[in-house]
Each structure stands twice: as structure tokens, then as C-alpha cells.
Design a protein around this ligand. Structure first.
Ligand SMILES: CC(C)(COP(=O)(O)OP(=O)(O)OC[C@H]1O[C@@H](n2cnc3c(N)ncnc32)[C@H](O)[C@@H]1OP(=O)(O)O)[C@@H](O)C(=O)NCCC(=O)NCCS
Length: 157
């Protein structure tokens, strides 16, 4: 498995470039630009294949106990080759090193449409230790219900 490394330069450009390539998932230009702006000041980890950034994750701390995956994305041609798993490992290690107890992510909830791409995203989290904690029907907007996933990083007694 390819190990993710911390990225400190050109974070907005990397985010914009990869999100723009994933047009089945990221359809709103304003959302891409907002993410590109936000990640400039956030910790970012990426997997690099030859000269290409194959995927990245950006993290936002919610002190004292939670680390949120603000955005995670793998270029389409690298899907299902272990990049996402490496990015989650880096995110988890960073969260633990910041004394966090939870790794969280918000993604689109099922909304009664045939959207296999978003099913795949949810399956990725389901299969990597995340728990579907709550749906927020209006957090973003009514057409885009939000599903909040949580991964406990310590055993819960
Ligand atoms: C979600 C995403 C980051 C996963 O990245 P990836 O590099 O393809 O993931 P990996 O290859 O590391 O997958 C790791 C494991 O997750 C699970 N998984 C990944 N994709 C899956 C899918 N489409 N269906 C079911 N399980 C899946 C599997 O258990 C997989 O292990 P396996 O291939 O050995 O079975 C990637 O699909 C992506 O960029 N999607 C578009 C953007 C997106 O949805 N981002 C999240 C926004 S909240």
C-alpha cells in the first residue's frame, strides 16, 4: 500500500484539480472553490504516484476530540487501488497524534435517486470502520441531505 505524505504547498490547486476531475461526484463549482480555499490552511496528506498526486485528504480539527475529513478524493484512474485506504490511515494517525477520539466525515445521504457514485462513497466509509451516526436533512440544503459518519479511534467502554 502506498503511504500518504503531508503536503504543504499548492494545496488549493491540488484540491481544485482532483475535485474538478471527479465530475460525477462534485458538480457544484462553488463547492469546489470553497474547498480549494479552505484546504490552504488545513493539514493535507496525499499519495504520489510517479509525478502525479493520485489522491488527497484534508482535515479540520474540532477540538478537543474530533478530527473531520473535510474532503477526500482519489483520481478516477486510481480508484480501488488502495489510495483511499492509505489516505484514511494518514488521517487516522494525524487524528490520534492530535489526541482525537473520533474521525468524522459528512457526505451526501441517500435521497431516493439512482446515484451509484454516492453509494460507492458511502460503501467506502462503511467498509473502513465508519458508523452512520446521523442524517441532517437541512444542514446543507433540502436537496442535499447530509449523512454524518463517525469512526471511534478508541474502544468505547
Ligand atoms: C471514496 C474514494 C476516496 C475511495 O478511494 P479509493 O482510492 O478508490 O479507495 P480504496 O481503493 O483505498 O478502497 C479501500 C476499500 O474501501 C472499500 N471501497 C472503496 N470503494 C468502494 C466501492 N466503490 N464499493 C464498495 N467498497 C468500496 C473497499 O473495502 C476497498 O477495499 P478493496 O478494494 O480491497 O475491496 C474514491 O472513490 C473517490 O475519490 N470518490 C469520489 C470522491 C468522493 O466521494 N469523496 C468523498 C466525499 S465525502
Amino acid at each position: 500500500m502506498q503511504e500518504a505524505v503531508e503536503i504543504t504547498q499548492a494545496k488549493g490547486r491540488i484540491c481544485r484539480d482532483i475535485m474538478s476531475e471527479l465530475s460525477d461526484w462534485f458538480t457544484d463549482r462553488d463547492v469546489i472553490e470553497a474547498c480549494a480555499k479552505a484546504v490552504e490552511t488545513l493539514p493535507m496528506f496525499a499519495c504520489v504516484e510517479a509525478d502525479t498526486i493520485a489522491g488527497f485528504v484534508a482535515l479540520r480539527a474540532h477540538p478537543p476530540a474530533a478530527m473531520e475529513i473535510l474532503v477526500i478524493a482519489t483520481r478516477r484512474r486510481y480508484h480501488r487501488s488502495g489510495i483511499g485506504k492509505s489516505l484514511l490511515s494518514a488521517a487516522e494517525a494525524f487524528a490520534r497524534s492530535s489526541d482525537c477520539k473520533l474521525l468524522t466525515v459528512k457526505t451526501l445521504a441517500p435521497r431516493g435517486r439512482n446515484e451509484p457514485q454516492y453509494e460507492k462513497t458511502r460503501a467506502f466509509y462503511d467498509r473502513n470502520g465508519f458508523i452512520r451516526a446521523e442524517t441532517f436533512p437541512t444542514l446543507w440544503r433540502e436537496s442535499d441531505p447530509c449523512l454524518f459518519f463517525v469512526k471511534p479511534l478508541t474502544s468505547i467502554n
